[in-house]
Structures are given as structure tokens and as C-alpha cells.
Design a protein around this ligand. Structure first.
Ligand SMILES: Nc1ncnc2c1ncn2[C@@H]1O[C@H](COP(=O)(O)OP(=O)(O)OP(=O)(O)O)[C@@H](O)[C@H]1O
Ligand SMILES: [Mg+2]
Length: 271
């Protein structure tokens, strides 16, 4: 459904050297209804890739296609949760969620939009904080409102950039469960939302993904399927052991990518 054909990208101020491309010749596909996680060392280009998928940056070479049509700008079938949670600072939590509901459900009555906002805020554990403005919230609270807003938009493709990074363990687990439950609610896998989820946390990636793309600076190091049954378990027994095996091998691979040698400039110049 989403196809990247030989996609490269450079930020304008990095163009003096070809090897300074932030992303170089990426080609892969994301199936409709797939839950894809993207992991990799800091600065390898995960957010840049997500912004390209969202049509917020254009590839300097190559093409991104959604259902066969090129991505030329932000699309109506995508919602994105940014790493820095981008809420409207002049609106309280409830109004932030309502605003997106009105944009995506034209003609909805004020009372229905308010009830829907209540429901999504409750799902992310923010039922009692609807009247707080972003400056009155912790980082984790802001992130939960950003997630409620993206869920309420009910788009076919959901792009999430480290959405649970600022949360404590309890909220993180609750929201992982919520996201998986909402995604699995559609029984036909091909009709599910397509989710592209960036995370630093390998355990989170193995917990959530159908497939994990491990990035290295400039591109893709590996694409690893996660053939574990859902819901996934960390407990004893064969399923838990398989979970831990996948987590261990991914963590080892990520540690290799983190080594400074992996960051050497590809043109042979100084790292
Ligand atoms: N607006 C920009 N202008 C120039 N360079 C940028 C810009 N945004 C990001 N970069 C550079 O592009 C590279 C990839 O950045 P990106 O934010 O995509 O990494 P990331 O993998 O998401 O990192 P993190 O895990 O820390 O969020 C980095 O070297 C970064 O400095
Ligand atoms: Mg990032």
C-alpha cells in the first residue's frame, strides 16, 4: 500500500557532500493494515523518514506512493503524532481533541464532538484533565492528548514518532495495550489501520510490531518480521522465550549499529 522507490533525502544545509544524505536509496513497502515499527540509533533518520511518509518533506530523489499515487503533500488519510507532541497551546486538552474531530467529521454536532472528545480523553487516561492547557500539563500528559487527537481523527494511516517516549511504565503499557486493541478491533487484517511507529525501545517494538525496520545512519540495516501471536507475553513458557530471543537479537544488532565505526562518513572523509 505504501511504496518507497529508491528514496533519498538531504536537508538543504547538508548538500555539500553526497554522503551527507540523511536518507539514501530507500526501497521498501508497507502493507495495508500492517503494524510496522521503525527503530535505530539517534540521528539515523527515523523522524525524517516519517515526515517524508507524511508528505511534510519531499524526497530529493525517488518516489513515495500510497495506493499507487505519489505523496505530494499532507494527505487526508494520514494522521501523525509528532515527537514533540505539537498541541495548540491556546486550547485546553478537550478543545485540542475537539478541533481535530471537527476537521475530520464535518457536520458533526457540538454535543457529539464533545462526547467523542470525552471518550478519547478517557481512553488515554486524561478524563479529568480536559480543561488543562498544554502549559499546565507534564510531557506525558501532552503526549497522551496528542495520541487521543490522532485516534479521534480515525485515519487509515497512523504515523507515530516515539509516541510513548515521555510516559512512565504504567501509562506506557496501558497505551501500548490500547493501541493494539484499537488496531486489532477490525478482524480483517487488510482492513486495519496501517501503523508506522517509531521507537527507541526494542521491547516496545517487539511487543507491538508485525515487522521491525532497523535503521542505520542513512538507510535500512534490516527488516525483521515478528511472527508472535497476539496478545504478546513476557511471561515464562515458549511464547515468552521467543519474545525474549527476538528482543535479544535486535538489541545486539542495535548495539553494533551504535558503534562509532558505523558512523564513519561514507566518502572516506572524517567521521
Ligand atoms: N531540519 C533539519 N535541518 C538539517 N538537518 C536536520 C534537520 N532535521 C534533522 N536533521 C538531521 O538529520 C539527521 C536525522 O535526523 P532525524 O531527526 O530524522 O533522526 P532520528 O533518527 O529521528 O533521531 P532521534 O532518535 O534522536 O529522534 C540528523 O543528523 C539531524 O541532525
Ligand atoms: Mg526522531
Amino acid at each position: 500500500m505504501i511504496t518507497l522507490n529508491n528514496v533519498s533525502f538531504s536537508y538543504a544545509d547538508n548538500e555539500q557532500c553526497a554522503c551527507e544524505q540523511t536518507l539514501s536509496s530507500l526501497s521498501f513497502q508497507i502493507e495495508s493494515g500492517e503494524f510496522l515499527c521503525i527503530a535505530g540509533p539517534s540521528g539515523c533518520g527515523k523522524t525524517t523518514l516519517l515526515r517524508l511518509l507524511a508528505g511534510l518533506h519531499m524526497p530529493t530523489e525517488g518516489k513515495i506512493l500510497v495506493d499507487g499515487s505519489p505523496v505530494c503533500g499532507p494527505r487526508e488519510d494520514m494522521a501523525i503524532v509528532f515527537q514533540d507532541y505539537a498541541l495548540f497551546p491556546w486550547m485546553n486538552a478537550h478543545k485540542n481533541v475537539q478541533f481535530c474531530i471537527r476537521q475530520t467529521h464535518p457536520g458533526i454536532s457540538a454535543s457529539d464532538a464533545a462526547a467523542m472528545a470525552d471518550r478519547y480523553l478517557e481512553q488515554v487516561g486524561m478524563a479529568d484533565a480536559g480543561n488543562k492547557h498544554p502549559y499546565q500539563m507534564s510531557g506525558g500528559m501532552r503526549q497522551r492528548v496528542a495520541i487521543a487527537r490522532a485516534l479521534a481523527m480515525d485515519r487509515k494511516i497512523l504515523l507515530l514518532d516515539e509516541p510513548f517516549g515521555a510516559l512512565d511504565a504504567r501509562n506506557r503499557t496501558d497505551l501500548q495495550n490500547l493501541l493494539e486493541t484499537l488496531w486489532c478491533a477490525e478482524n480483517n487484517p487488510a482492513k486495519r489501520r496501517t501503523i508506522v511507529f517509531v521507537t527507541h525501545d526494542i521491547q516496545e517494538a517487539v511487543r507491538l510490531a508485525d515487522r521491525i525496520i532497523l535503521m542505520e545512519p542513512g538507510g535500512i540495516a534490516e527488516s525483521i518480521p515478528v511472527p508472535l501471536k497476539r496478545p504478546r507475553t513476557l511471561e515464562d513458557g515458549p511464547a515468552g522465550e521467543q519474545f525474549r530471543q527476538i528482543r535479544r537479537s535486535l538489541t545486539d544488532r542495535l548495539m553494533e549499529l551504535d558503534r562509532p565505526a558505523g558512523r564513519a562518513c561514507r566518502c572516506g572523509g572524517p567521521a
